[in-house]
Design a protein. Structure first.
Length: 135
């Protein structure tokens, strides 16, 4: 899933934020509790309100998690940002994760190729014997 555009004219509630990002309210609360996403401002009613900046940060978090970054690594990235790490340091963290994603992707491709060979072998056996599904 491509991340949605997260520009809002007015800050939105957590449920609207969750809908925009394709995650649950609990996921957003978890990221905040773990220090991965900063706590948003609150409206006069005391409810969380997410502006474009908060939504952009959350969208980035969703993307990182979607690429398999674990919670500890996301905490480290967020901590580096909060500590004022320069762009070079944050780039290094992202490049390291990128390399991990590429390696995982290559492994999945190898497994997928083996799965496809197995499927083809079954199809050939079934075609040769005229076997039917037991279902």
């Amino acid at each position: 899933m491509l991340l949605p555009e997260v520009n809002v004219d007015e800050p939105v509630t957590i449920s609207v934020a969750a809908d925009l990002l394709g995650v649950t309210v609990d996921t957003i609360r978890y990221y905040e509790k773990e220090g991965i996403a900063p706590a948003p401002g609150r409206g006069s009613d005391g409810w969380r309100r997410y502006d474009t900046a908060a939504l952009s940060w959350l969208a980035g978090t969703v993307m990182l998690r979607g690429t398999g970054m674990n919670v500890q690594e996301m905490r480290e990235y967020a901590a580096a940002y909060r500590a004022g790490a320069d762009d070079v340091a944050r780039l290094a963290l992202l490049e390291q994760h990128h390399a991990t994603v590429l390696a995982r992707q290559a492994e999945v491709q190898r497994h997928l190729a083996a799965l496809e060979r197995k499927i083809e072998a079954y199809r050939e056996t079934i075609a040769a014997t005229g076997a039917r599904s037991a279902a």
